[in-house]
Design a protein around this ligand. Structure first.
Ligand code: FE
Ligand code: CA
Length: 536
């Protein structure tokens, strides 16, 4: 059994209590106590424990988080791991062959966190790539590539990123991730629906699929309620090689939407309106499993059923990225969350999609931002699209989107208009379609205030029918701010330079077959200082 002194253990755990004090309701993690620890002194594996790949995320100008999770049997509740702590070695190098290792250390994989490892690497040079890997008991992980942010305020000419999400495992191959892994991007924004919590086809239909084809691949298990259920679902998704390749390719900023916990949840209210204190139990398990499987900093460790997820990152003097959390603090959806006319509840000043604390943080950040561009990266559509109801004069909106929280929407667009006109672009997702459009105030003069690109799904909705289906046609009629929409799978690619923000709506012809072909559905530009989008 190895022994450690306190200094060694602080080094192993990779953080000091001081950095965390203030952000958490206690002074420091108790992990820096001296032994005894329940450490397995001689770990042995008959198969590799690195079945779930590696990931990096939340970069700073001097480092980033590197992640892996030990799971020789990924679908086992504990990943096939003994119920003991294990020390994992990690290395960060300036080259892919690890000829020049600049940082290395040990990190504890603990059964409480499903043997996940989150190392907050620091002390690196700004604005350059690094490679990382993990080792234990003679086994070695895949090599991941990450990248530090430029130094604060440093001059920067270009930043590129991909936005994607909604990856229902049964409905298609993760081909979008295969292509994203090959894109020359600085980061990925995952807008959410990383997993889907539902039972899946096998439980829903009992092998009787009616007129629908059976799914490509089946969810393991029934609907997710326990932490073991959620863990196994993440493991199943994370064994996908295309998803692993995209994680290994660059740092990600992850955010969750609804399906990481329950369809269309809001604050402490789930889809079925279970008692809030009961839903809170399920939510806290789902959030823990999310943390365990994502490259997040300790500031996002779930505490008391809450995770700190809204955060920002600065790419030199070019781009401030604000990553929002539109789930944990939102008011319940109006009108039973059914597509409804925008009645008084939708405009009520006591209903919010961001919550007061997050709104104040965002508004303050935008007001003080000195970068050329600002990105608002969030989960659900900000465009106020109204759909004509069949055989009726009524026009209805989606109550789960910003169109169901018009007080919040008006305040945000007002703030952008006053403080950062012409340099804010919003990226969102959730709708399983690509959307591109101007953002206009619903009660204003109709001029564009900002722009939105909403990324389509990786697989949710299967192959899709392009721009000829009824939902697409309904969106296009009577919503002049909407410039393009298509029902295909894919991702959004953004290329931001000093004067122009380019957005490319990438689509894949088929996700129900492997290796679907990639193309560009439409390309748009936003010119710096001129709100609104232009097709190119
Ligand atoms: Fe989705
Ligand atoms: Ca969603």
């Amino acid at each position: 059994m190895a022994t450690f002194d306190r200094r060694t253990l602080l080094g192993i755990l990779g953080g000091s209590g001081a950095a965390l004090a203030g952000s958490l309701p206690f002074q420091a993690f108790a992990w820096d106590r001296p032994p005894p620890y329940n450490v397995e002194p001689n770990p042995k594996f008959t198969t590799s424990p690195f079945t779930l790949g590696v990931a990096s995320g939340d970069p700073a100008s001097d480092g980033f988080v590197i992640w892996t999770r030990l799971a020789p049997e990924p679908l086992d509740p504990h990943g096939g791991m003994p119920r003991r702590q294990m020390l994992v070695d990690w290395e960060v190098a300036t080259d892919a062959k690890f000829g020049n290792i600049v940082k290395s250390g040990k990190s504890m994989a603990m059964p409480e966190l499903a043997h996940a490892v989150h190392v907050e690497v620091a002390g690196l040079q700004p604005n350059r790539p690094y490679w990382y890997r993990f080792m234990i008991a003679g086994e070695q992980s895949q090599v991941g590539k990450s990248q530090t942010l430029p130094a604060l305020g440093a001059s920067l000419d270009r930043v590129r990123f991909a936005a994607a999400g909604c990856q229902y495992y049964e409905l298609g191959y993760f081909t979008a991730w295969k292509y994203i892994a090959q894109e020359p991007v600085d980061f990925v924004f995952h807008y959410g629906d990383y997993i889907y919590e539902g039972a899946g086809a096998k439980f829903a239909t009992g092998d009787n699929y009616g007129n629908n084809p059976p799914p490509l691949r089946y969810h393991v298990g029934n609907e997710l309620y326990s932490i073991d259920d959620y863990r196994a679902r993440y493991s199943q998704y994370k064994t996908d090689p295309d998803l692993q390749a995209a994680h290994a390719a660059c740092p990600w900023f992850v955010s969750f939407d609804d399906h990481e916990i329950d369809n269309n949840w809001a604050g402490n209210i789930d889809e079925n309106e279970s008692p809030p204190e009961i839903f809170a139990l399920r939510k806290s398990m789902a959030l823990q499993a999310y943390y365990e499987n994502m490259p997040l900093r300790k500031t996002s460790l779930p505490i008391g059923g809450h995770m700190q997820m809204f955060r920002s990152a600065q790419y030199g003097d070019l781009l401030n990225a604000f990553i929002l959390d539109t789930r944990q603090y939102r008011s319940n959806q109006a009108y039973f969350d059914l597509a409804s006319p925008q009645g008084p509840d939708v405009f009520a000043a006591n209903r919010s999609i961001m919550g007061d604390r997050q709104e104040a943080w965002l508004f303050d950040g935008l007001s003080r931002s000195t970068t050329r561009w600002n990105l608002i990266a969030q989960q659900v559509l900000l465009m106020n699209l109204l759909y004509q109801r069949k055989d009726s004069t009524e026009r209805v909106a989606g109550m789960d989107t910003w169109a169901g929280y018009m007080h919040s929407r008006r305040r945000l667009l007002d703030h952008i208009d006053k403080h950062r006109p012409g340099n804010v672009v919003t990226v969102s997702g959730d709708a399983h379609l690509h959307f591109a459009g101007d953002l206009i105030q619903d009660n204003g003069d109709g001029r564009p205030i900002s722009a939105e690109f909403s990324a389509t799904s990786v697989t949710s909705g299967a192959d899709g029918t392009g721009d000829q289906n009824t939902r697409v046609q309904a969106a296009m009629s009577g919503n002049p701010e909407l410039k393009a929409i298509t029902d295909k799978r894919g991702y959004l690619l953004c290329d931001v330079t000093r004067d122009v923000w380019k957005a490319d709506m990438k689509i894949i012809d088929k996700v129900t077959e492997p290796n679907g072909a990639l193309s560009s559905y439409a390309r748009f530009e936003v010119e710096h200082g001129k709100p609104g989008i232009k097709r190119v």
